[in-house]
Design a binder for this molecule. Sequence first.
Ligand SMILES: *Cc1c(COP(=O)(O)O)cnc(C)c1O
Length: 343
Amino acid sequence: MSRFFAERYQQMDAYVPGEQPKDMEYIKLNTNESPYPPAPSVVGAVTAERIELLRLYPDPTCGVLRAKLAGLCGYDAENIFVTNGSDDALNFIFMAYGSKGAIFPDITYGFYKVFAQLNGVFYREIPLREDFTIDPDEYMEQNRLILIANPNAPTGMSMDMGAIEDIIRSNPNSIVAIDEAYVDFGGQSCAPLVAKYDNLLVVRTYSKSRNMAGGRLGYAIGNVKLIQDLEKLKYSTNPYCINRLTMLLAEATVDADQYYLDCCKEVARTRVWTAQALTELGFKVLPSDANFLFAKAAKIGGKELYMALKVRGVLVRHFGNPRIADYVRITVGTAQQMERLLR
Ligand SMILES: *Cc1c(COP(=O)(O)O)cnc(C)c1O
């Protein structure tokens, strides 16, 4: 750290992304990417002509893409906020709505804490229950920014929709952001509630269920006024943050939606039998609605399991937090990759 670095950032802990080691070929089950490629029509959308157009700035309003995404979830383009990965949408949400503080579970997406620190948002982590479920009562009448990943990460467990609606209703003076990064693998989306509540933002990403982590596209669905707030921040940060190629790929992805839903179904099928097989091997496996499993071995700790797998060419994710140190998070890959993992 240099002596010039702004004081407010000096104590901040940056987010640590999952490792991407290059020393050998790994079966990569550590960052919840899809094992499947983008749809053929998406790959075909990038032509030499489109690449030539890179000399021009992209459409900062993302008009075509927003209209297409709106069509998917039954809203208007004005209800959609498009960002460079959903991490950016989450950062803008902390920036816009964190002034009264924020709450989120103690075990959840590690980036929430980082965004809170980055934006000077006071935050409180609410412990999950012993069984790793979220206690809705802890989130009632809090009147500060609330973040809930549903399904949650790294547990994979979903929260009941009715409970989420109760939380939204009991916090009319603050924003509730539901992070649906994994919803397409078996969760239930809160998007229909956007029509009913002006304090709800639903955050989605192309990184998991749209097979496009490398393209960097995320979006939020919400009331028109909320989207206007977020647009203001985006236009004050980097109005062209969605590049032309990603925008093109993202539009083609909406058109190929069925392909992606089929991929998600395949991942869910693989998840079910992998969980079964792990259980038979003596693992404790949490119920998952996501594209990963959170599992604990009977006789060896999480860190040891992570290292033993890595030596054998299989990468999974281990988290240091003492409450979950015995567990590893395993991305559901292809059937072949899962067989290799089990062996
Ligand atoms: C992966 C993930 C994201 C965001 O990913 P982006 O690649 O930035 O879209 C957001 N929330 C959760 C819970 C995630 O697991």
